[in-house]
Structure formats: structure tokens, C-alpha cells
Design a protein around this ligand. Structure first.
Ligand SMILES: C[S@@+](CC[C@H](N)C(=O)[O-])C[C@H]1O[C@@H](n2cnc3c(N)ncnc32)[C@H](O)[C@@H]1O
Length: 271
């Protein structure tokens, strides 16, 4: 197994900006809270990051463990948790760990992997390892619920090859802690042989006079999976599919949108 290399955007100063630029997908928080309330305690979130989904789940009365490989992200989550009422804090546990290899010594009614964190598993071997450990951590009747984007062939064709896309402005906002104007530029390259998207980001902070006062570089690497590849992978790893939605309002799956999966361990134990 490869050592986990935390993607640049989850480290240090870039992690601090995460909540400002990663605001999630329409309806995802409500969807995951609803799933957690339906399943009941205890719930496990893999790749919980800064607690964007984990905290609302605990606030809804469900006990939740959040596991993440990036200490910088967990430290932001932990700061937020420390400001919550004590009764809610008691329902939250944060753990540094790798979703490909963890042993929490207990089982869960529900395991969540929101906001495409599964795509950080860059090889089939890593994906299989994670699904095996997830299966071992589910109670009887427990479920795995997660979402990943559905890759668009047109986008792959436009951004593959040695140079990828031109550098474009991704977003601009005011850094809430320093009040500096912040611009994130990005360029994307799809490696269609490995099914890996490499997104290079440049984060610029600008003062009132328009001068760039800092420039950081961060890379995000994701392995994209087609809908049927995901379905076969789940089956291969001993899961049966309960539902595939195309959005967080449980609409039909549509090519190029989101894959929102609900799966549970099947009777078949993979060899
Ligand atoms: C897109 S963020 C999602 C954070 C949070 N779930 C949310 O919805 O805002 C992906 C997270 O997955 C974590 N991650 C990536 N690879 C991981 C791995 N192998 N094991 C555990 N966490 C991982 C990253 O550190 C990051 O915090």
C-alpha cells in the first residue's frame, strides 16, 4: 500500500481556506444528516475534513466518528467542535487515519464518504482495500453511502494530453481571517490511462493596493470512475446496490452529474 500523501489543498494555509472555497454540493448536508438520522448511532464519516457534514450530524442527535488522513483538516474540525455545546461534543470523536487501513475496534450502522473523498483513492488496489475495511466496520444491515462525480467524456477529451487546460480563475473571495482578496487559479489535466485528474491550483493573496503578497501552489489528485465501474467495484468487494441517485434530492442518475450511492454488504464474501 502506498503511504498516504495528503493532497496540498488539505495542508496548512490551504486547509485554513478550505471552508471558504469548498462549500459542498446543493443539498448534500441535508441528505447526509437525513441518512444518519434514519440509520441511527453510531455513524462513521471517512474523510470528514473540517467537519462540514460531521457537525450537523452530531447536532441532529447522532453519535459520529470522523476519520481523516490530514491532521490540518482535523485540527480545524476539532477547533469548531470545541466551541459546540458540551452535549453535542460528547457525540463526536475525531481520529487521524487512512480510509484504506484503519481499525476502530467497533462497528457502525452507517459509513459515509461525502464530497467525493473516495476519489482520493488513486488505484483499484486502494479502492478495494478501503471497501474491504469499510465492510468489516459495518454492523449487520449497515449501509455505505457516498458520492462521487460522474466523469464527462467531453471534458476528458478537452483536458487530456501533455498540457491539460489553460490556467483559469476558479474563484475569488475575501479571506475571512486576513481580509485579503484571494484568487484561486487552476489548470486541469486528465490522464485517461490511469483515470486520474490532476488539478494544479495557485492561491494568490492580494493587498489593498493590488499587489500579490503571497502565492501558494497546491495540487488535488482524483481518480474518476464511471457509473458502471463503480457498480462493479462495489459488487466485487461484497456490496449490493440499494440505490444510485443523481443528486441529493434522490433524483434519477444522469450522465455527467453526480453518482450518489447507497450500498450494503451482500451475503457474498469476497475471496
Ligand atoms: C473533499 S474533502 C471532504 C471533507 C468533508 N467530508 C466535506 O464534505 O467537506 C476530502 C477529505 O478526504 C481526506 N482524505 C483523502 N484521502 C484520504 C484517505 N486515504 N484516508 C482518509 N482521509 C482522506 C482529505 O484529507 C480531505 O479532508
Amino acid at each position: 500500500m502506498n503511504e498516504f500523501q495528503s493532497d496540498g489543498i488539505y495542508r496548512d494555509q490551504t486547509a485554513e481556506l478550505y471552508d471558504t472555497f469548498s462549500t459542498g454540493l446543493v443539498g448534500d448536508v441535508e441528505f447526509y444528516v437525513e441518512e444518519a438520522k434514519r440509520a441511527g448511532s453510531p455513524v462513521l464519516e471517512l474523510g470528514c475534513g473540517t467537519g462540514r457534514i460531521l457537525i450537523p450530524i452530531a447536532e441532529a442527535g447522532v453519535e459520529i466518528v470522523g476519520l481523516d488522513a490530514a491532521a490540518s483538516m482535523l485540527s480545524i474540525a476539532s477547533n469548531k467542535v470545541s466551541r459546540l455545546p458540551e452535549e453535542i461534543q460528547t457525540r463526536i470523536q475525531l481520529v487521524v487515519g487512512d480510509m484504506r487501513a484503519f481499525d476502530l475496534g467497533r462497528k457502525f450502522s452507517l459509513i459515509l464518504i461525502p464530497y467525493r473523498a473516495f476519489l482520493h483513492l488513486l488505484t483499484v488496489e486502494d479502492q478495494k482495500q478501503a471497501l474491504g475495511v469499510i465492510r468489516d466496520h459495518l454492523m449487520e444491515g449497515g449501509q455505505l453511502v457516498f458520492n462521487v462525480f460522474d466523469p464527462r467524456l467531453e471534458t476528458l477529451a478537452a483536458h487530456s494530453g501533455p498540457f491539460g487546460s489553460a490556467v483559469k480563475k476558479l474563484m475569488e473571495f475575501t479571506d475571512p481571517s486576513t481580509h485579503h482578496r484571494t484568487i484561486i487559479w487552476d489548470s486541469r489535466q486528465y490522464d485517461c490511462e490511469r483515470q486520474v485528474l490532476v488539478e494544479d491550483r495557485i492561491i494568490e493573496k492580494i493587498d489593498e493596493g493590488g499587489t500579490v503578497i503571497s502565492r501558494n501552489y497546491a495540487t488535488l489528485t482524483l481518480r474518476y470512475n464511471s457509473r458502471f465501474e463503480m457498480q462493479h467495484l462495489l459488487n466485487l468487494c461484497g456490496f449490493e446496490i440499494e440505490a444510485l441517485y443523481g443528486d441529493f434530492h434522490r433524483g434519477a442518475f444522469r450522465y455527467g452529474g453526480e453518482q450518489v450511492w447507497i450500498a450494503r454488504p451482500s451475503g457474498h464474501i469476497p475471496g
